[in-house]
Design a protein around this ligand. Structure first.
Ligand SMILES: [Zn+2]
Length: 326
């Protein structure tokens, strides 16, 4: 019915999700690189690449070459048929464009893959399939962030406070940056955003798909230079540009999913680590599984940390059969 492999594919009949086997259809749940594994091979061997419209537009910006005629955009709640399978996407709070995948077999049995998510039951709908496939990103009981529910406000307050002393440089991965841009606006932060070219392109596309970022400008333009002279702005950069911007005056905030003890901590004279994750912690994973109540849970090991412990925990705590994939 379903098989996996060591790079995390969920392979169901003719459909390969977030990895490659020999599927006629490749589904990409979102643009993070651990979910686009083997996409160029899929592009060669598959008839269709299925993803949300936003994800299909983001992929080329991140360097993926996808022939137009193979693209099949699928919106949340829409259904597509592949052979005798029915496939539906559901929303997810992660990075813009992320989808959960539900597959219905001809006999009515259902299988769902959560992909990456946070805020289960509050923005990320909890699906109730017969078979649930989950990535236990934080699969151990000590991977808990007690402050997860209020981290948006904590981050916004920290940014506001630091802006009073100088510009703020925020570092994250693709998609997480756009997620944080939205969070800050929602939390009332109104300083202009300055973005390097790629982040700017991603933001423009996301805006066309309904995301709202307020004022943001492209680095290097006259407008951006004026703002930089004023010294009141937030600059967003990919984590890999940390070193390049190391000596730049201002406050540097690195977003990290692997800090559990405190919402933020100082790691240098003008450097902070903020425990802002785009994944549910251990408690969040458990909540999803408990409310989903699948007949069978499959823990996708290549994208899990502590996946074996997580499966065991679920078996004992909820009495739900839990196995490992692959
Ligand atoms: Zn992700």
């Amino acid at each position: 019915m379903v098989k996996g492999n060591d790079h995390g594919v969920i392979s169901v009949g003719l459909v390969d999700i977030d990895g490659v086997e020999d599927g006629r259809i490749r589904i990409v749940t979102h643009v993070h690189s651990d979910h686009t594994v083997g996409l160029s091979k899929s592009t060669n061997i598959s008839e269709k690449i299925v993803a949300t419209p936003l994800t299909l537009e983001w992929l080329p910006v991140l360097g993926h070459k996808l022939p137009r005629h193979k693209l099949l955009p699928l919106d949340y709640g829409e259904e597509v048929r592949v052979g005798d399978l029915k496939i539906t996407f559901y929303e997810s709070v992660h990075i813009p464009g992320t989808a959960q995948v539900m597959i219905e077999f001809p006999d009515g049995i259902t299988l769902a893959y959560t992909s990456d998510f946070k805020k289960p039951g509050e923005g990320t709908p909890i699906l109730s399939p017969d078979v649930l496939v989950i990535d236990a990103v934080y699969g151990r009981p000590n991977y808990v962030r007690e402050f997860d529910d209020i981290i948006d406000t904590i981050l916004a307050d920290a940014v506001r406070e630091l802006l009073a002393t100088g510009p703020v440089y925020l570092y994250g991965y693709h998609g997480k940056i756009q997620e944080v841009m939205e969070v800050l606006r929602r939390e009332g932060v109104d300083a202009p955003f300055i973005l390097p070219y790629k982040q700017y392109q991603l933001a423009r596309i996301a805006e066309r798909h309904g995301h709202r970022f307020g004022d943001y400008v492209l680095q290097g333009t006259d407008e951006a230079e004026d703002i930089i002279r004023d010294g009141w702005f937030i600059y967003f950069a990919h984590v890999n540009s940390k070193r390049r911007l190391n000596g730049v005056m201002g406050n540097h905030l690195i977003l990290s999913g692997w800090e559990f003890s405190r919402p933020y901590k100082r790691i240098g004279r003008n450097k902070w680590l903020v425990a802002f994750s785009d994944h549910a912690d251990f408690t969040g994973l458990l909540r999803y599984v408990e409310e989903s109540r699948p007949k069978l849970l499959l823990v996708n090991l290549p994208r899990s940390t502590g996946g074996i412990e997580f499966a065991e925990y679920v078996r004992k705590k909820f009495g739900i059969e839990a196995l490992l994939l692959p």
